[in-house]
Design a protein around this ligand. Structure first.
Ligand code: PRE
Length: 360
């Protein structure tokens, strides 16, 4: 039986080895070509990372794709190929909310690939500061969770920061309960980031109503604390369990199985249009009847779709708000440019955070 299987496998594996050798040759040629692009950019002070070009490369291959690999696999594979090619030109330093093992770190790798120097920061403020002072080339900041809504600190910092939004990345959130022993014996408290505790509150109440809950600066910080103390359990992603040597007691405990967190990539580059882009804005209007309606009318009048609307108190004590708006299109697209020009004439405040390729 085993011989029969071996007889079938041997030629197939030989074929795979031959294909891999061909792929390697082609990948090496691609890498050398990317190096030539890098040299040309150096001659003309060009920017190494071009998000719009990377989006176009992936979309073109997804259109050419006849299967069997799914579009998401092509995006992941070519994302890494371009990251490795880019790494030959220049490895970007990317600041994120650490410690290692957070979903933010996962978003860094999903967005920029593995050829980066990922720089773990203690707070979202520090991520912004690191990008603003050019210590880091880019940053990844959490923006919103599909269950819990906006990350207010990120919204507040976007208002005043000199960094632009250069990309978006959505990461599925699979929360796990983890401890040193892999059981809850002797465990009295569960720690996690407040948003993660909130995402799992139904499950915790149903399964472990007696367990005290306490917040931590991040999920990975909770995992680090659980690794130090056998009376502490943490809620975090699987990667945090690996990083801190914890065992998983229960996986997928978030109340919403489709839970995702969306991140912004921030930096100082200006993206050219990629063909399928979004633009993020902050707007403010006077506190009077019909003001929000009038604020949004230029979008509808120019056929520009709004994909997100979020508000934050302006903290003037007068019930004034900042509106965080995402629209479809690049600021250079004629319809978007016309809508922005009309908006500027109508609102008390407008800040264009940036245009960036849609990532699906
Ligand atoms: O086309 C470029 O500008 C390149 O530098 C090449 C390449 C690639 O590997 O395809 C690499 C990095 C850029 O972000 C975009 C694309």
């Amino acid at each position: 039986m085993a011989d029969e299987l071996q007889k079938k496998l041997t030629p197939l594996r030989e074929r795979i080895d031959a294909i891999d050798a061909q792929l390697l040759e082609l990948l090496s040629e691609r890498a050398r070509t990317a190096q030539a692009v890098g040299a040309a950019k150096e001659d003309h002070a060009g920017v190494v990372l071009r998000p719009e070009r990377e989006a176009q490369v992936i979309r073109r291959l997804q259109e050419l794709n006849g299967g069997p690999l799914p579009a998401s696999a092509l995006a992941a594979i070519w994302g890494e190929i371009m990251s490795a090619c880019r790494g030959l030109e220049q490895r970007p330093r990317v600041a994120y909310l650490g410690p290692q093992g957070t979903y933010s770190e996962q978003a860094v790798l999903a967005h920029f690939g593995h050829a980066v120097d990922a720089d773990s920061c203690g707070t979202i403020d520090e991520v912004f500061r690191s990008v603003e002072t050019r210590r880091a080339d880019f940053g990844i900041v959490p923006l919103e969770n599909s269950n819990e809504g906006a990350v207010n600190r990120t919204l507040d910092l976007l208002l005043t920061s000199s960094a632009k939004v250069i990309g978006e990345r959505s990461v599925p959130v699979v929360q796990c309960l983890m401890t040193r022993s892999g059981t809850l014996d002797g465990v009295t408290i569960v720690r996690s980031h407040p948003q993660s505790l909130a995402q799992c509150q139904g499950w915790l109440s149903d399964h472990h109503p007696g367990l005290a809950r306490a917040s931590a600066a991040s999920n990975a910080e909770a995992a680090r604390l659980a690794a130090e103390d056998p009376t502490v359990a943490a809620i975090a992603g699987e990667q945090a369990a690996q990083r801190w040597g914890l065992k998983i007691v229960a996986a997928g405990i978030q109340d919403d199985p489709h839970n995702r967190t969306r991140f912004f990539a921030i930096g100082h580059i200006d993206n050219a249009p990629s063909g399928r882009d979004k633009t993020s804005l902050i707007l403010a209007v006077p506190n009077e009847a019909g003001a929000v309606y009038r604020m949004l009318a230029p979008l509808a009048e120019n056929g520009v779709s709004m994909t997100r609307l979020e508000s934050r108190p302006a903290r003037t004590g007068q019930w004034e708000y900042y509106f965080y708006v995402d629209i479809e299109g690049h600021w250079q697209d004629p319809a978007v440019a016309a809508a922005l020009a009309a908006l500027k004439a109508r609102v008390a405040f407008i800040k264009v955070l940036g245009s960036y390729p849609v990532t699906s």
